[in-house]
Write a protein that binds this ligand. Structure first.
Ligand code: ZN
Length: 428
């Protein structure tokens, strides 16, 4: 076995995982927040069709793409499973998302493979983009790995096409090796995860799994059964727009009021840039304004639902105080529930995360259980009744032109899926 690989199986799977990733990232599947249909962009359907064809070629007879852009397919339990096909009755889901983030350029991705990484700075050919291990401790630990990057002017799309490639490679391997133990596996590739809609039209009943795993994490060994709880707030302030030449005593500037709301929120705490670990935040991320009308968008996050409610209350109080000082201005505050921490759902079925932990250990990797400062499809799926923790993919620096992935770690994730199937097949 070559250095850097976690097992001979991982080394066997590596070329297939890499080839699939390179194919998938070339399809532009960037989602858009201006969603008028599912999926939000046609490129996701193009990748969906490609994935159906690849699953069918692997022997997944029922692989299909539905009208909303969800790909599903079934690999029945192996005849080699204890008691014969499907005898233990477990049905386990494997999920990854097909879209990429709208937050960095996503069209025209040209992946590069840097073989046998020497631990130094990786200079990408376009836009002067550099990956400096001095500021990326996880990259500096991958000396000797094969590192995949973009060409510097787009994201890579390892988030989450690494997860897609790992699932397709693992399922293809299992289908070709019926002697390997496995439960019934249900595969799903979702659209529009990056805009928070991946679970929206997911048909859990039809999927029919008792639990699932998203392959949408990052560093080798990560197993996440805790995510943020998340709300979004949209504040609309209306002022009185008057020609500035005749504005004396009349103009009420909505833009100024919105800026005052932002300025009145805490900036030395409760922000993404001043918090870490289990601390939450209030994050204004978009302000569009004229003197007459201002629209301010914020996201609010915490691991604890009660503390999240406190952040919401602080935002409401602040906005009402500031705008309330100008009686001619009006304020609307709309709160949208996004997702909730999956911890309480997963605590009821401890065997689900335990199976993933056992599979990660069986691959010779020490599991890292770190809460995600974000959400996954699994956050909402768990809330909807499908317990879904998240497993590492080997990708890093998501949503940026510096995004990269380790071939060895992606292969470890694919091998972990094969091992996870064995764990479930052995269960009673
Ligand atoms: Zn993702």
């Amino acid at each position: 076995m070559t250095a850097g690989y976690t097992s001979p199986l991982a080394e066997t799977l590596a070329p297939d995982v890499l080839a699939r990733l390179q194919r998938y990232v070339r399809v532009d599947t960037q989602s858009t927040r201006e969603r008028t249909s599912s999926p939000s962009t046609p490129g996701q359907l193009e990748l969906g069709r490609l994935l159906v064809a690849e699953l069918a070629a692997a022997g997944i007879a029922d692989a299909e793409l539905d009208a909303n852009g969800y790909v599903t397919g079934t690999l029945p339990a192996s005849p080699g499973s204890p008691g014969g096909a499907g005898a233990n009755g477990h049905v386990v889901g494997l999920i990854a998302h097909m879209d990429t983030s709208p937050d960095a350029p996503g069209a025209g991705v040209e992946p590069l493979v840097h073989r046998d990484y020497d631990g130094g700075i990786l200079e990408l050919p376009r836009n002067g983009t550099r990956l400096d291990p001095a500021t990326m401790p996880e990259l500096s630990a991958k000396r000797g790995h094969d590192i995949v990057t973009s060409s510097g002017d787009t994201l890579l799309g390892a988030d989450d096409k690494a997860g897609v490639a790992e699932i397709v490679a693992a399922v293809t391997h299992l289908a070709a090796h019926p002697e390997l133990p496995r439960p019934t596996l249900r595969v799903a590739f979702t659209p529009d995860e990056e805009i928070g809609e991946g679970a929206t039209l997911f048909d859990i009943d039809r999927f029919g799994a008792e639990c699932a795993y998203t392959l949408d994490g990052s560093e080798l060994g990560e197993l996440q059964d805790e995510t943020f709880s998340a709300d979004e707030a949209v504040i609309v302030i209306r002022g009185v727009e008057v020609h500035p030449g005749q504005a004396t005593g009349k103009l009420v500037n909505a833009l100024r009021l919105a800026a005052q709301v932002v300025a009145a929120l805490p900036s030395d705490r409760l922000t993404p840039e001043t918090t870490a670990g289990r601390e939450g935040f209030i994050h204004p991320y978009e302000l569009t304004a004229t003197a007459g009308r201002a629209e301010l968008r914020l996201i609010l996050r915490d691991f604890d639902d009660e503390r999240l409610a406190e952040h919401v209350a602080l935002l409401e109080r602040t906005a009402r105080d500031v705008v309330g000082r100008e009686p001619r201005a009006t304020l609307e505050l709309e709160l949208r529930r996004q997702y909730r921490n999956m911890r309480s759902q997963l605590a009821r079925v401890p065997g689900v995360a335990a199976a993933a932990e056992a599979a990660i250990r069986a691959e010779g990797i020490e599991p890292r259980r770190i809460p995600i400062r974000g959400g996954t499809d699994g956050s909402r799926l768990s809330e909807m009744g499908l317990p879904t923790p998240n497993i590492f993919t080997g990708g890093h620096e998501y949503h940026s032109v510096r995004e990269w992935a380790s071939v060895q770690d992606m292969a470890a994730a694919a091998a972990t899926i094969v091992g996870l199937a064995a764990v479930w097949a052995r269960r009673s």
